[in-house]
Ligand binder design. Structure first.
Ligand code: CUA
Length: 236
């Protein structure tokens, strides 16, 4: 259902959406059932003249089971959610693709995202690296590893169409992965309050076909992170 509101553009987006749908369906079922029963009882046993109210302690076995049976059924639903969530978690967060196409570096700072692309040789920390601010270029249908860091405070690298969200922590390099499945330009957000400009650090991810991605690399001069970053602004 989530995909009706926002495109699924990574290999694991549908898995994440499945868990969201599952939680929504199971919680929704019990929510509407509970609210329905609640209002039915309110209506059925409403005040009427000449009918004395009944005092129920809730200790009787036949009344207690109205609590215990749904309780056990809800715990069974919990098991379904936990199993589905762990499977997706392991796939998205615990495993990295064995043969990544490339590694990109993602750096959060107040208030921008910087990216380092490996350039035509496919390797980081070489002369043909391409650094950009607020624009990440990737090729469709290829697994990428990202190395996420922060220069100052906590940020969160969020790519909604990928269903990817990962905190950036200063002093740590956090590794993760994604594989884009749709070409197009999509939002990158910061999903962690990181200061007054938090709302001002949106960026874009440009997912390109192999030909378009090669053309972008060919038409973009190699640049270093220092050349594009706003270090000077931050330092002052
Ligand atoms: Cu960076 Cu919010």
């Amino acid at each position: 259902m989530v995909e009706r509101f926002i495109t699924e553009a990574s290999t694991y987006a549908a898995n994440v959406d499945f868990v969201i749908d599952l939680v929504g369906a199971l919680v929704g079922f019990w929510f509407f059932l509970t609210v329905g029963v609640f209002f039915y009882l309110l209506f059925r046993f409403r005040h009427r003249d000449g009918v004395a109210s009944e005092y129920i302690t809730g200790d009787e076995k036949e009344i207690k089971r109205f609590i215990s049976i749904p309780h056990y059924l809800i715990m069974v639903c919990d098991i379904f959610i936990i199993v589905a969530a762990i499977q997706v978690w392991v796939n998205v967060k615990q495993q990295l693709p064995p043969n990544p196409y490339a590694t990109v570096r993602v750096i959060g700072q107040q208030w921008a995202w910087s990216f380092v692309h490996p350039g035509p040789d496919g390797k980081l920390d070489t002369a043909d690296d391409i650094a950009t601010v607020d624009e990440l270029h990737v090729q469709v249908n290829e697994p990428y590893i990202f190395e996420l860091t922060s220069r100052d405070v906590l940020h969160s690298f969020s790519v909604p169409v990928f269903r990817l969200k990962q905190d950036a922590v200063p002093g740590r390099v956090i590794t993760g992965w994604f594989e884009p499945t749709q070409t197009g330009t999509y939002d990158i957000q910061c999903a962690e309050i990181c200061g007054i400009g938090h709302g001002l650090m949106p960026a874009r991810i440009v997912i390109e076909s192999a030909a378009d991605h090669a053309a972008w690399m060919a038409g973009t001069a190699p640049t270093t992170l220092a050349a594009v970053s706003r270090d000077a602004v931050v330092a002052n």
